[in-house]
Design a protein. Sequence first.
Length: 123
Amino acid sequence: MTLLEAISRIDALKPNTYKQSVKTRWLSDLDGIIKKEIIDVHEGADAVSFEGYDDDTSPSALLLVPAPYDDIYLKWLEASIDYANGEYGKYNNSITMYNTAYSAFANYYNRTHMPICGKFQFF
């Protein structure tokens, strides 16, 4: 899924007044989390580059999570919109759906990529 596709799909599913630049920042935050928490602790992390998204990022830039797990972006945007609107009942439902999608992708990635030994610290 591309940056523009995620934003266009959420705008069609959940009309909102937030600018594309705000939604781009939300997507950048999510891919930053995914890169740090999931991808960087597995072999092959160096092959995946992520510098963040901003107003200068091409709308055709591919997001990090592939299909069929890419609905995580729609769920994240929906939760972000609900939270920003102060609709906390809706937010609770949306973030639960996001957490389910995040876990599904994390589980898939963990099954298909070898973890890097020595990258973890236990206290």
